[in-house]
Design a protein around this ligand. Structure first.
Ligand code: SAM
Length: 442
């Protein structure tokens, strides 16, 4: 029954280095310490490493050992099942964590709790394929290794850096705009994708401020609306800026948001300005995050993989409570649901500006927001995680609410060939469903 219900929900989408001053930075970028956490639960390492080891060893030359191991496993399993009645093992015991990956690392929970995929007007999707992503990864890893800001805590990790680089490189825009710069890592990523394209960077604090205390990146071909020159994206006279630059075709502009503002607000501002290609870095899942996101807006009962039950005695509640023990970003029913069973946004709140502002919205309003989005959405594409948790050892996002990764669990050979195994685990701990959208007026 559980499997049946879950499979119905399973959505196959069409598819600061120690900050300059840590406390000060936390104010500027919002506290999300676990974004690039270095530590991971010890418990994860053993099964993951074991599965990776099994993948790595040359099993042909070790086949007699493999047969012996297999027989031993059968024995152990039969003992386990026959003794279950005597030994009380809760299905939520940490022991079941192994179940996320299975003994060979192939099994996982990806999408089991739904992956709400925003509906576009005409069902259009992106041009790139899984093969293109893999090819892109191969090219991007050596580039990423040369990044100037090695520890980008509070900023983008590997997954989203790759996503932004890939999208910018694919679209080849004439102008790139970024809102939310911090120390400049995303500016650097955009520069790697498009070496000669001008950038406009908006952020209350100029990245050069960080240079005094450690690594930061200031781009020579970017116009900074930062520090004393800061202007919010929604207050810039874009037609004037575009005409000054001689940009007449706004479909040649890519806008990247990593400023933790209500994404509905940013979309409306972009539409008004005539921008069509947008990327949102933190596309937070329902029940989490400091701003209203596309993921949250599209999480609706009528959307495949969307909608929630606040019923405590439900399969969703049980699975969420189990997953909460394993993944930092997983939320259980208690956190997901507010008074009156409000589950949309975060407990019924539409958050904005690093959660400095939040507003309770009714389900009707939330529903209308999604209908509005559908009326202007041409393409919706969530970046998948680069690799499964048994490979990256990420401890943060809940696979049950994520699309399947580019490099699936168990494919250690590929993970290693791509150069991903040589990266520090901490860089894989920042995945929050980065999304690329294309929009146009009805
Ligand atoms: C998460 S950080 C950006 C990380 C950066 N993109 C990176 O890759 O490292 C968020 C940034 O948004 C900035 N910010 C806050 N309010 C903003 C606003 N209204 N417009 C633009 N940026 C804003 C913060 O000061 C901070 O630098």
């Amino acid at each position: 029954m559980l499997e049946r219900v879950l499979s119905l929900r399973r959505a196959a989408p069409h598819a600061d280095d120690a900050p300059a001053d840590e406390d000060e930075d936390a104010v500027y970028v919002g506290r999300d310490e676990s974004k690039t956490r270095k530590h991971q639960h010890l418990f994860f390492r053993a099964p993951n490493r074991a599965s990776n080891y099994l993948t790595r060893i040359n099993y042909v030359s070790y086949w007699p050992c493999a047969i012996a191991l297999f027989l031993l496993l059968i024995l152990a399993f039969s003992f386990f099942f026959t003794s279950r009645g005597f030994v009380c093992i809760s299905s939520y015991s940490p022991v079941s964590r192994v179940g996320f990956f299975g003994s060979d690392g192939h099994e996982s929970d990806f999408g089991a709790l739904g992956v709400p995929w925003c509906r576009s007007k005409h069902g259009k999707t992106v041009e790139w394929t899984a093969k293109d992503l893999l090819k892109g990864l191969e090219e991007f890893v050596p580039i990423y290794e040369t990044r100037p800001i090695k520890n980008n805590m509070y900023g983008m990790g590997f997954d989203h850096s790759f996503g932004l680089w890939f999208i910018a490189r694919w679209l080849k825009p004439d102008l790139m705009i970024e809102s939310g710069v911090f120390k400049g890592h995303s500016t650097w990523v955009l520069r790697q994708a498009m070496p000669d394209t001008p950038i406009i960077s908006l952020s209350p604090r100029h990245p050069e401020k960080y240079l005094k205390k450690g690594p930061a990146y200031v781009d020579g071909n970017s116009t900074y609306y930062a520090g004393k020159d800061f202007v919010d994206f929604g207050s810039i006279d874009w037609p004037k800026v575009m005409s000054k630059r001689g940009i007449t075709d706004l479909s040649r502009v890519l806008v990247f948001f990593d400023d933790h503002q209500n994404e509905l607000k940013r979309i409306k501002q972009s539409l008004k300005a005539g921008f069509q290609h947008l990327v949102f870095e933190d596309n937070y899942d329902t029940g989490s995050g400091d701003h209203y996101s596309l993921r949250q807006i599209c999480d609706q009962f009528y959307i495949r993989g969307g909608g929630h039950s606040c019923f405590k005695d439900s399969d969703e509640a049980r699975m969420r409570s189990r997953n909460k023990k394993f993944w930092e970003k997983a939320v259980d029913i208690e956190e997901l649901c507010g008074p009156g069973e409000t589950w949309w946004g975060v407990r019924g709140y539409m958050r904005d500006n690093f959660n400095h502002s939040n507003k309770l919205i009714s389900y009707v309003e939330h529903f209308q927001n999604s209908r509005f989005l559908e009326s202007i959405l041409d393409v919706y594409w969530e970046l998948p995680p680069v690799a499964g948790p048994s490979l990256t050892h990420q401890t943060r996002y809940d696979p049950a609410r994520a699309p399947s990764p580019i490099v699936e669990d168990g494919r250690y050979g590929l993970f290693q060939r791509l150069g991903l195994a040589s990266l520090d685990n901490s860089v894989f701990n920042g995945y929050t469903q980065m999304v690329y959208i294309e929009i146009s007026e009805r």
